[in-house]
Write a protein that binds this ligand. Sequence first.
Ligand code: SF4
Ligand code: SF4
Length: 484
Amino acid sequence: MSEKENHQPKGGQGQVIEAETFRDSVGTMDNTGARKWVFPKMPSGKFTNYRTIVAILLLLVFFILPFVKINGNPFFMINILDRKFFLFGQPFFPQDFFILALGAIASLVFIILFTVAFGRIFCGWICPQTIFMEMVFRKIEYWIEGDRNKQIKLDKQEWNSEKIWKRVLKWSIYIIISLVITHFMFMYIVGYEEVFRIMKEGPLANSTNFLAMVLFTAAFYFVFAWFREQVCTLVCPYGRLQGVLIDKQTINVYYDFKRGEGRAKWRKGEDRKENGKGDCIDCNQCVVVCPTGIDIRDGQQLECVNCTACIDACDEVMVKVGFPKGLIRYATEDEIEQEKPFKFTTRMKAYALVLLGLVGFLVYLLQDRGVMEAKFIKPAGSTYFLRDGKITNSYNYTLLNKSNNNIKLTMKVLNPAHGEISTSGNNTVLVKRDEISKGTINISFPEKEIKLSKQNIEIAVFDEKGKQLDVYKTYFEGPFKLAF
Ligand code: SF4
Ligand code: SF4
């Protein structure tokens, strides 16, 4: 139901339409633009229990994953500093940019498809911001300051000893948790060994890292202690995308206005149907429980993170008054308005098709991704030299080992024949796992073999068993010859 529809008076043609009264600012802002602090009531119920289980599992994954290794490589690491990335223990380098970019595009299409079908379910169930805010920081707040009413009372009261110790205790725990989150976040960037090393050596020996940790800890503290739901309502680009992604066939948390209106207070023994009243008893429980401070009965709003707290709150009320649960529930707008069941729409099918194509291409690229990437580049400004009837060119080589094993490589000129490679040692190079080896080689040809001043050549690299791992096409310079 649109906001406008929701606030139009019921009635037929010819009736005067009242001015639209719905707010045009976020729910946590008053008329002066000042922030309205949200004190949500502690949620409880079926969905809250499920969400707690999911949150515990995800938190376990977050805190365990940095220590998981596959074949000695981190399971997941984004080492921006060394430009090394690990996914499922497999190393990726900037040279794999195409694969990473395609993976990012496929993820984006997946997010779009998921959002078109399921709205902001991700925000309520999986998003780290919601999980840390609602399942960690908010729980500590309830534990120290009590539920909504006690929090409001504490907030209003003077800075007496009770308020001071409760706030100091809460903020101190928040700082410690922010510090822990920062350390684990760093583990995803530089690895747990490096973080432990920095911790062991202390801040004086690692002043830059220490400063970065302080800044990130302060940022996390600021977000979870003060900025809170405003991340979702003011900052998060995904939240802003909802307006263009969701439609009437998208599953979201909805208030069943057909069943609930006209809302009216509960009177024991009253026949509400007979008196033209809906199932909403206007108890406000769905509002006071909302962590983004909105009233879901106003329809779908950008602040709603699909946290399900209002579903649980309303279900509890419905049980108490003996009405069926689900006045607020996961549904599509079409389901509520026109009783049409959820269906996989043409739009969703189109996104699914694009996603399938991208994933197929990605799988092909991953399978085709060799274990070695070799490059032979002529140094800028270099040319050839002649000695003992041979023409020689120099090349700088870069050998990138993408496998989990050290590889002893042999370099050979494939084409044209009779090319010889010489290095300062021999033409065998040991390239360690996940590492890049760089050096210089000379390639020589008998003078008679080089017919052109710029001739195409192919240089290949082979492993110890003689398997060709990569081939690189470049050119070879020789003396200028007149062709007759
Ligand atoms: S909790 Fe349910 S009954 Fe109470 S105000 Fe909200 S929608 Fe109405
Ligand atoms: S409206 Fe309901 S689902 Fe949406 S954020 Fe508020 S409590 Fe959560």
